[in-house]
Design a binder for this molecule. Structure first.
Ligand SMILES: [Zn+2]
Length: 246
């Protein structure tokens, strides 16, 4: 079984634009088939680098608005967490991430009623190595552990993580697709592959994040393997990392 067969998918990310920078193939595919909600754990910081017409507005408000617009492009919904403990930058406490993500996931499932549920997020290497991405993964691993109890509100939910691509193969562009297909045949670990060859649509999805649409992100998008291929692996009975035991 893959996330394709779940009724509701929640994508948990750390910053507005993560969904287009790293999860585009997954989002493009899943949002065409079923309801998808994007839960963004922070508003991405307060650096205020928005376009001139937005400078009068609060930067955090601008990025929040961009996140909602980006979700709409996929036909998805989005919510952006506002929590002072989850600010853009350093490491996040995994327990805080688990607590905040649980609230967001439960709220999102509640409006859907009874359904099969699936959560997708980063793996422990965080796709690009960003500490917030890795912290998001650690928090969700805690939730996955808790969900094993039948008394837990997330019991029965399936959790998938985006496999981080090694740096040496992170910028293969479209070549990521054939390379990934070959690799998945020799790697015995069960996985789900989502491929995308439509770089224009991916480019437009990122462009919605006007404050982030700068030259190095444009380059990243064109050459990044994540634009063309996502490999999702189901989190199965994870061993809790020692640094999460705080
Ligand atoms: Zn990010």
């Amino acid at each position: 079984m893959t996330p394709t067969y779940e009724d509701v998918v929640i994508l948990v990310i750390a910053h507005p634009d993560d969904e287009s920078m790293f999860f585009f193939p997954t989002l493009a595919r899943l949002s065409a088939e079923r309801p998808v909600h994007i839960l963004c754990l922070s508003d991405g910081g307060y650096d205020g680098c928005g376009p001139a017409r937005d400078r009068a507005a609060e930067p955090w408000l601008v990025r929040r608005r961009e996140m909602y617009s980006a979700a709409m492009r996929f036909g998805a919904t989005a919510s952006v967490v506002e929590d002072p403990r989850l600010q853009d930058g350093g490491e996040w406490d995994a327990c805080v991430v688990a607590e905040v993500a649980r609230r967001g996931i439960e709220a999102s499932f509640a409006v859907r009623g009874s359904c099969r549920r699936c959560v997708v997020t980063f793996d422990e290497r965080g796709a690009s190595g960003h500490k917030n991405h890795a912290s998001t993964s650690r928090g969700l691993v805690l939730l996955r552990l808790a969900s094993e109890s039948q008394a837990d509100s997330l019991f029965g939910t399936r959790f998938f993580e985006l496999e981080s691509t090694p740096f040496t193969s992170r910028f293969l562009g479209m070549l990521a697709v054939p390379v990934g297909l070959v690799r998945s045949r020799v790697d015995p670990q069960p996985s789900v592959l989502y491929a995308n060859l439509d770089v224009i649509t991916a480019f437009r999805a990122l462009a919605v994040h006007e404050t982030q649409f700068v030259w190095f992100r444009k380059l990243f998008l064109v050459f990044s393997s994540y634009t063309f291929l996502n490999r999702l692996i189901e989190i199965q009975r994870p061993i809790m990392p020692i640094h999460s035991l705080r």
